[in-house]
Design a protein around this ligand. Structure first.
Ligand SMILES: C[S@@+](CC[C@H](N)C(=O)[O-])C[C@H]1O[C@@H](n2cnc3c(N)ncnc32)[C@H](O)[C@@H]1O
Length: 399
């Protein structure tokens, strides 16, 4: 399948199914599509916990939802190759001061950065420049690492000097006008997990300057625009033709898959969701308004010890006066039941998560192709290491 075919077919499927995947089951005691898709709805609610968890981890294999949703087609559309070359272990000493998971990501990303002869290396939004240090050692060349936070630059510079890596950490705002000055036709830019507008900025500047880019995009929803405007002309045309319109919230679906949390963390997340849903039922009754009311999130460890305590906190946040004689136990149990339902109904959104992420990555790819680049898209590591495992590698066409 060509990139163009994949891009078109994904736009069609995403647009066609938007009423289902866009709907947040958390906000609806009964999802609006239950009436139009009664069998799908009933099948989801009847899933046992083991099957729910399996489909959550792997929505495309042996899915009981296949009679109603385009599972096989989506599975084919999200199947991307692993980009060559395969990683080889880097010297252990290079990993000093880098957390285990981040280092494994760098080990997987680094061999895919292929600087051409005479190209200078730039790392985009570098943090402490961990990738830049490894790149510099691997290619025995200087790397310029651009990072906005001066404190990270100072720490990164100290690390580079201690390890004898030829890295120059530059405090720079990549959104500023002078950021263009870092790119030229002789630059290869590497960006590992650069967020929304930050990587879009890179692509626009690279397209203008003719710089090669190796990018693992991340956090598409971190953008100043409330509504997504496709980068590519073809993407804008497809979105318009099929009525695919993506809000910032929709974009966050693309990054919702996270590395599987330990069991105790999953349990406390489930309890928090159940309590919020129990409170949702209560607030609808008390306010006599049948509508979802967002309640602020709580920092880790700040969750009140009991359901009643949580409801009293949430009510205070929203200026709601709670009545006497609330059946706390009954309400908590209702919240638990709804949490179990929501987790099952969410599987619909889950099926469209990777297709959306890949469509957004393809929009970036097509944008660069339209600017005359040769571009590859694939994965650079297993999703267990990071679900943000897509990699775009773009080289300006010498012609
Ligand atoms: C998600 S982190 C990625 C860091 C690193 N590439 C990694 O994989 O660990 C994004 C980095 O971008 C930096 N950043 C945010 N806005 C920026 C800007 N306008 N200009 C340059 N860097 C920026 C942040 O300070 C942060 O260090």
């Amino acid at each position: 399948m060509t990139h163009a075919e994949r891009f078109t077919q994904l736009a069609e499927r995403l647009a066609e199914w938007q009423p289902l995947w866009r709907c947040l089951p958390f906000h609806h005691p009964v999802v609006p599509w239950a009436e139009s898709h009664p069998e799908l709805h009933a099948t989801l609610l009847a899933l046992d916990e083991a099957e729910r968890a399996r489909l959550h981890d792997d929505p495309f294999t042996a899915s009981p939802l296949a009679p109603w949703l385009p599972v096989a087609e989506l599975a084919e559309l999200v199947a991307l190759p692993s980009l060559a070359p395969a990683p080889a272990a880097l010297p252990e000493a290079w990993s000093q001061h880098v957390s285990g998971r981040k280092w494994q990501q760098i080990e997987a990303f680094l061999p895919r950065v292929l600087p051409g002869p005479g190209q200078s290396l730039v790392e985009w939004c570098a943090g402490k420049g961990h990738l830049a240090r490894a790149l510099s050692r691997r290619h025995a060349s200087e790397v310029t690492a651009l990072e906005w936070q001066p404190a990270l630059c100072a720490q990164g510079q100290a690390l580079a000097e201690r390890q004898g890596a030829r890295v120059r950490l530059v405090p720079a705002d990549v959104m500023s006008d002078d950021a263009a000055g870092w790119l030229s036709p002789h630059t290869q830019v590497a960006a590992l997990h650069a967020c929304g507008d930050l990587h879009v900025r890179l692509l626009r500047l690279a397209a203008a300057a003719g710089s090669a880019v190796t990018l693992a995009p991340c956090c598409y929803q971190r953008t100043a625009e409330a509504h997504y405007r496709p980068l590519s002309r073809r993407g804008a045309e497809l979105a318009q033709r099929h009525g695919l319109s993506l809000s910032r919230d929709d974009l966050s679906l693309a990054v919702q898959e996270t590395v599987t949390a330990p069991r105790h963390v999953q349990r406390s997340r489930e309890r928090a969701a159940a309590w919020r849903l129990g409170f949702d039922r209560l607030q609808r009754r008390v306010r006599r308004v049948d509508a979802y009311l967002p309640v602020p999130s709580l920092a880790y460890g700040r969750m009140p010890a009991t359901f009643e305590g949580f409801c009293r906190w949430a009510a205070a946040q929203k200026g709601i006066v709670l009545p006497e004689g609330v059946d706390w136990a009954g309400l908590e149990a209702a919240g638990r039941r709804r949490q179990a339902e929501v987790a099952r109904l969410e599987l619909v959104r889950h099926l469209f998560r990777r297709p959306l992420e890949i469509w957004l990555a393809l929009d970036r790819l097509v944008f660069l192709e339209e600017a005359g680049f040769a571009v590859e898209l694939g994965t650079f590591c297993a999703r267990e290491l990071t679900p943000r495992n897509l990699l775009l590698r773009a080289t300006p066409d010498p012609g």
